[in-house]
Design a binder for this molecule. Structure first.
Ligand SMILES: *Cc1c(COP(=O)(O)O)cnc(C)c1O
Length: 460
């Protein structure tokens, strides 16, 4: 007998709502032009459905809000710090915790401690802030993700995997001494939220152990990665998200975390470590850049919300509905014939702008253009992940990434299924008139992380 399809539904109900502003086309045209055709420069008030990022945009639960009221705002030794420390130990399995204001605060401290000038940091695809901190500390990032990750059409289930041959080549070329750690991310953001398998991670652990190289885990979206392992990797279908998360972490030596993603808070992050020596240095350095080691730039209430958010984030029903919503949107877009990165990732849908707008060359910013067009169509805000985000090399040349994408990032527990329908319909609408869309030129370019503040003009 065939089993009936079983739908997922949100494991929560709504207690409070935030009203949205609906805008007209002419209003949006004016707003986009004032924002220099950069969705980062739009005022949030002018946005209808905001898919700019899943960072810090989650809806907190009533438990988290109650936790906020239990904030202990002592300068030193806040009880919320000890609660967070206990949760990080229990849920994630790392021994030592240094809180930071967000993920990049942890990246800064870690890079400064572990990287020397001339070092090589291999990783499964770059992330903007992570790579910049590695470079500012004198290191050079080398991409060792499998080739499949650079092909939006390839449906390999673990496109976040590390290519161990690429890593071995780097070890041979530079020697293990010049490689302070492998920068390993779960749910690889820039590849479209693609997971790494536990098999690959175990192999990575074995290889790095042989050479005495650390593995540092960018665990920003570890629970979403665990979900894909549970769905796709043999032997894990009956393990809980909690168990899988703990196993992932057990093959690594430490982690940087942006709690603004998986961990369901609006601000916060941390550095977690297993080595006492590195921890001791980090605990000292955090005082310089973030704040005392028991608050790291956060209020006590923020640490409490984070501790509770971490517990909620590894609940199987939560993560099933979270990723289920993303997949629902992706499947709608596929139905409309829109080219997206496959398989559908954990935190958003990524339009393939090279395929969507094949007549626009990469130096006329097809993804930037497409993000602007979607906003103009419906007030849905997305962002570019292509040549603008990739920035320039140390020698001033542009990076030209293979992937030229527009990211539709879904905030956690914020929008409904009907919102997903509206988003997909708008994209289908833009797709219908894609041949008439022209590219853009960049008229202002900031020096660091240019995608945040660059300005553009439409080509005539
Ligand atoms: C967001 C993010 C970071 C940086 O964290 P912030 O909290 O934004 O500073 C690092 N790595 C990944 C994969 C991210 O998505």
């Amino acid at each position: 007998m065939k089993t009936l399809k079983q739908s997922w539904a949100e494991p929560y109900k709504i207690k409070m709502v935030e009203l949205l502003k609906m805008t007209t086309q002419s209003h949006r045209r004016k707003a986009m032009s004032e924002a220099g055709f950069n969705t980062f420069l739009l005022k949030s008030e002018d946005v209808y459905i905001d898919l700019l990022t899943d960072s810090g945009t989650s809806a907190m639960s009533d438990h988290q809000w109650a936790g906020m009221m239990m904030g202990d705002e002592a300068y030193a030794g806040s009880r919320n710090f000890y609660h967070l420390e206990e949760v990080v130990k229990n849920i994630y399995g790392y021994k030592y915790l240094v809180p930071t204001h967000q993920g990049r605060g942890a990246e800064n401290i870690l890079s400064k401690i572990l990287i020397k000038k001339g070092d090589i940091i291999p990783g499964n695809m770059y992330f903007t802030t992570t790579r910049l901190h590695q470079e500012l500390a004198g290191g050079k990032f080398e991409d060792i993700i499998i080739d499949e990750a650079h092909d939006p059409e390839n449906e390999f289930p673990f496109k976040g995997n590390v290519d161990l041959e690429k890593l071995e080549k780097l070890i041979k070329k530079y020697g293990a001494k010049r490689i302070p750690y492998v920068s390993m991310a779960t749910s690889v953001n820039m590849a479209g939220g693609q997971p790494i398998s536990l098999k690959n991670l175990k192999d990575l652990r074995a290889l790095t152990k042989k050479h005495g190289i650390r593995v540092i885990h960018d665990m920003t979206r570890v629970a979403e990665n665990a979900h894909f392992i549970q769905q796709r990797e043999k032997g894990y279908e009956h393990k809980s998200i909690r168990e899988i998360v703990k196993e992932i972490n057990s093959y690594t030596d430490g982690a940087t975390m942006s709690a603004k993603k998986d961990a369901l808070v609006n601000i916060g992050g941390f550095l977690a470590l297993n080595d006492w020596d590195v921890f001791e240095e980090a605990r000292n350095m955090v005082v310089v850049y973030e704040g005392l080691h028991t608050y790291g730039g956060l209020a006590g209430r923020d640490m409490e919300a984070m501790a509770i958010g971490i517990l909620e984030s590894v609940n199987d029903n939560h993560i099933h509905a979270r990723v289920g919503q993303v997949i629902y949107l992706g499947e709608k877009m596929i139905e409309y014939g829109v080219p997206i990165v496959k398989p559908i990732g954990g935190h958003g849908i990524f339009l393939d702008a090279k395929k969507f707008l094949p007549h626009i060359p990469q130096d006329q910013f097809p993804a930037q253009t497409l993000a602007a067009e979607v906003y103009l169509d419906s007030g849905v805000r997305t962002m570019e992940r292509g040549v603008v985000s990739a920035g320039r090399k140390a020698n001033g040349e542009n990076y030209y990434p293979k992937l030229e994408l527009v990211r539709f990032t879904i905030p956690r527990r914020v929008y409904t299924q009907a919102h997903m329908d509206v988003i997909a319909e708008s994209v289908a609408n833009v797709y219908g008139r894609r041949n008439k869309i022209k590219g853009m030129k960049m008229v202002y370019e900031p020096k660091y992380l240019r995608f945040f503040q660059a300005r553009f003009e439409k080509l005539k």
